[in-house]
Design a protein around this ligand. Sequence first.
Ligand SMILES: N[C@@H](CCC(=O)N[C@@H](CS)C(=O)NCC(=O)O)C(=O)O
Length: 217
Amino acid sequence: MYELAAFPTCPYVHRVQILCHEKGIPLNVRHVNLKEKPDWLLEISPRGKVPVLITKEGPLFESQAICEFIEESHVASPMLPTDVFLKAQCRAWMSFVSDELYPKAYQIQHAQDREAAESALSVFREKLDILGDRLANNCFLTGEHFGLVDIVAAPIFMRAEIFKAKGWLDILGMNEHVQEWSNRVLSRPSMKAVLPDDFADRICQQMVESWILSNPQ
Ligand SMILES: N[C@@H](CCC(=O)N[C@@H](CS)C(=O)NCC(=O)O)C(=O)O
């Protein structure tokens, strides 16, 4: 069985857990204290980050590389198209989500003043509109079927749901394609299965100094 060096609220860890849940692959999840990293993590994680997947071939870092390794090693329940062009397109969208959306989502969550929050939010919403254009003609970011691009993106939207439920901010409200896609994806059992019961509380604790939490819209 694979072992996964993890942290309970890490969105990159959640990507790997969601994929394994969807494919029915058991995982032995080993949570680490990121404030006091154990030596064994530092030995296998070149950047000192989680997730790291411990396989029989050796440790693997970076969530997207881990997900692609799992996808290619377990062909049942495919999460990427077999067509090489469509697969390359999916990789392009995964880069877009990781490089453009994740950093802005992080900035929104941790902004300490109105200016920083509003500027990150405005860029984030522009990027969402780009996702919305893809979703206007596709049920999922992966294409016709749910798959890896949706899994890579989903953790951002798990947080967006908390922001909305707490009445802090409706990040997605303006883009109906993205909102509908988010509802479709987040209702899957795999999404709920990977979250700790106290996920919303933990996110609140991480945001004690954030502007959004003290200035709900
Ligand atoms: N690009 C990495 C990002 C992983 C990452 O940033 N993990 C965070 C937790 S969510 C971490 O381990 N942080 C500890 C640190 O940076 O020292 C991936 O996709 O795996």
